[in-house]
Ligand binder design. Structure first.
Ligand SMILES: [Zn+2]
Ligand SMILES: [Zn+2]
Length: 273
């Protein structure tokens, strides 16, 4: 006796009825063939039919990419603001002292060096990302050429400028503003940071704070409970951070007990002496 299912009774791909099904979609449950089975980055080994894989809630990392694609982030607005400030400051300085062929006037004009870079950065020109790193160095060299007695100050400004420029250069959200390719792993990290159960992170923060300020403990407990109820690794997209939620809850419960114990020790000490 054979246990093989007759070909006519086997599942068929919902899109290609002439092909046998290789499995079912993790979302809608319809049969798919080997060609139609689609994996989605950020969702592990789950397989979907092509229609479901294209849905924004399933392909959530792609949705995240599109959400920030070409949209100015906080850094872009900050660079734009600083550029505007530099223009206003230089204009005010020139209105006050006028433009003369003195070193002081040239020194004031140095403030205009980053303006084209800042404008290009705000407008999303890719070369401006790299120029932003070089600009502090150029300014320091030029400033040193005009005034040799401010080396320590220039070095300090260059260091600060470089730290900010490198920080901006590495920022994923800013790379998406410049429409640069970002690998799925990096998008996943961005999603984790912003949208993966943020309440759990709050719970753990409140929990640690509650160790020093016991009045925060109830907030940590409430956040911990809410975050713990949200955890669902099978959801699409998966909701995690169970450990952080638990940490907040436990610290929120332990903190009042700890403080109660310390108070009790202090009170018994007073009664004895
Ligand atoms: Zn489906
Ligand atoms: Zn198919």
């Amino acid at each position: 006796m054979s246990l093989e299912v007759p070909l006519s009774q086997q599942g068929r791909c919902a899109v290609h009825p002439d092909l046998p099904a290789g499995g079912t979609c993790s979302r809608c449950g319809s049969f798919f063939c080997a060609d139609c089975a689609t994996s989605v980055s950020g969702l592990g080994a789950r397989l979907y039919c092509q229609a479901c894989a294209a849905r924004p809630d399933v392909n959530y990392l792609e949705t995240l990419r599109q959400r920030y694609w070409g949209r100015r982030d906080g850094w872009a607005w900050m660079v734009g603001g600083v550029t505007l400030l530099l223009c206003v400051t230089t204009a005010a300085a020139l209105a006050q002292w006028g433009l003369r062929a003195t070193k002081e006037s040239l020194f004031t004009l140095l403030l205009l060096v980053p303006v084209p870079v800042g404008v290009a950065f705000f407008l999303g020109r890719r070369w401006a990302r790299h120029a932003l790193i070089v600009t502090p160095l150029v300014m320091a060299v030029a400033a040193d050429f005009l005034h040799r007695d401010g080396r320590f100050l220039y070095a300090l400004c260059v260091s600060l400028g470089l730290i900010f420029a490198l920080r901006i250069h590495r920022d994923v959200r800013n790379q998406l503003f410049f429409r640069l390719p970002v690998p799925p792993g990096t998008l996943q990290a961005l999603w984790n940071e912003r949208f993966n159960n943020p309440m759990a992170r709050q719970a753990s923060r409140f929990g640690f704070s509650a160790l020093f300020m016991p009045m925060i403990a109830p907030v940590a407990v409430i956040c911990g409970v809410v975050a713990l109820r949200r955890v669902d690794p099978k959801a699409t997209p998966p909701i995690g951070r169970r450990n952080q939620a638990l940490m907040g809850l436990v610290l929120g419960l332990v903190s009042p007990l700890l403080w109660g114990f310390v108070l009790l020790l202090l009170l018994t000490d007073r009664i004895h002496f």
